[in-house]
Design a protein around this ligand. Structure first.
Ligand SMILES: C[S@@+](CC[C@H](N)C(=O)[O-])C[C@H]1O[C@@H](n2cnc3c(N)ncnc32)[C@H](O)[C@@H]1O
Length: 218
């Protein structure tokens, strides 16, 4: 059971994307609620509670945020994303949920959360590591190492592609899709950053689009 499910119809979310010139509506919108609820459920399964501080890496226009901000205490959500139109779209979406809690979104591609003034208990990157180069992932891990609470968990989804390829996110923002992401790669990364790679903990539900799930513990 997910508390305070914000019942915004998918058509309304599509209309808001168009109104705020925030990209081309596609399958991300059709699975909007499924993916928002899936993220919240997995975080709660891993121990997220209202007092936790949560970081959403690649928060988009708050697909997870619209579910989790009402659940968390005021000002316990911090999101980062490089795609500037999402800032205003996220604000419009949160307004429609009726939730008035404070949250932060920082726009930037270089993981601008080290100055958040808090240590995060959980971080989530849903379908984001799938868009980062190996160097960007190193940069993300460096910033997480500085920003996660001891024992904090970073949950991420990924695909193991045989070849890297480039995309234009929302037909304008250049991003890559890396290859070679697998348990061996993440275990080595954990070794370098002196943290633990837990793989996909038992009890995590399958990802709605079939992506794999991994968890680092700090
Ligand atoms: C498929 S969307 C997923 C959005 C969100 N996590 C969700 O579940 O709705 C991928 C997101 O990754 C973001 N992204 C790409 N490069 C990034 C970077 N360097 N830092 C943070 N986010 C990034 C994109 O802007 C986009 O919002």
């Amino acid at each position: 059971m997910v508390e305070s499910s914000p019942n915004i119809p998918v058509q309304r979310l599509v209309d808001l994307h168009i109104e705020y010139a925030a990209g081309v509506p596609g399958n991300r919108e059709s699975l909007w609620h499924t993916l928002g609820i899936w993220q919240l459920k997995q975080l709660k399964y891993l121990g997220l509670n209202p007092g936790s501080h949560l970081l959403d890496v690649g928060c988009g226009p708050l697909r997870l945020g619209m579910y989790v901000i009402p659940f968390l205490e005021d000002d316990h959500f911090w999101g980062v994303d490089p795609y500037a139109p999402y800032e205003k779209l996220a604000k419009a979406i949160m307004k429609e949920t009726g939730c008035r809690k404070k949250y932060t979104i920082k726009i930037g591609a270089d993981f601008p959360f080290v100055d958040s003034g808090r240590k995060f208990d959980f971080a989530m990157a849903q379908s984001v590591v799938t868009h980062l180069s190996n160097n960007q992932l190193d940069h993300l891990m460096t910033n997480l190492k500085r920003s996660m609470a001891p024992g904090g968990q970073f949950v991420f989804t990924y695909t193991d592609n045989p070849y890297p390829y480039g995309i234009f996110y929302e037909m304008e923002y250049p991003m890559i899709t890396p290859a070679g992401l697998n348990d061996k790669y993440f275990s080595k990364l954990a070794e370098r950053f002196e943290i633990e790679y837990l793989g996909c903990p038992g009890g995590i539900e399958p990802h709605p689009t079939g992506q794999r799930v991994g968890v680092f513990q700090f």
